[in-house]
Design a protein around this ligand. Sequence first.
Ligand code: SAH
Ligand code: DHB
Ligand code: MG
Length: 220
Amino acid sequence: MDPRTWATVDDYLTDNLLGSDEALDDAARAAAEAGLPDIAVSPPQGRFLTLLATMVRARSILEVGTLGGYSAICLARALPPDGTLVTLEADPRFADVARGNVDRAGVGDRVDIRVGAALDTLPTLRDDAPFDLVFLDADKASNAAYVRWALELGLPGTVIVVDNVVRHGAVADATSDDPGVRGTREMFELMAAEPRVDATALQTVAGKGYDGFALALVTG
Ligand code: SAH
Ligand code: DHB
Ligand code: MG
């Protein structure tokens, strides 16, 4: 199948199912104007995150990998007024763009952006835990370590979503020396072996290509 069809269908769903969303359109535009890479979740994926956070009645959410705040806005929208999203970003310039975007989107009061390498900032979050929902979307090489932290900072009932776990099929290549592929495979091994986690993963096609996400529930 022609990947252009995936993009056409994504546009169709965005225009006809999701409806217009000025805050997210503005955030995407500001991120592009600031020169950020075009790797935020798509509008349908963003709505999926909003729905999931709403369904689990999340009051506290952890995101790893803020970029320009697009997915942060989607997640924070699902929070009650006294809820919080802590989102971790390594690049201070990206974090500045995200700050402006979440504030303009009207969710700034619920969003706490922490700048630094996530493996350095995660150990400082014990007072912010437990998190009801964790969205992992930063450097894929550290995916297994991020899932270990999600378990550390979660409780039974915590939902974990890991973005970009398929990467055009590369995940199935056991010989890959791509650090992202290796990190994601290590993450799947961990999820499979960890008795406190029930997990699956779904492949997706979209405007940004062939990829997928993992969905896990902490059970114990
Ligand atoms: N969740 C965003 C997209 C994130 S892109 C959205 O959908 O809107 C991945 C982000 O992870 C980038 O902004 C990158 O700077 C950040 N990142 C990469 N390595 C990191 C690390 N070690 N710690 C924290 N953030 C990191
Ligand atoms: C990349 C990162 C992402 O989080 C994503 O959704 C797509 C691509 C990347 O690093 O290329
Ligand atoms: Mg991603």
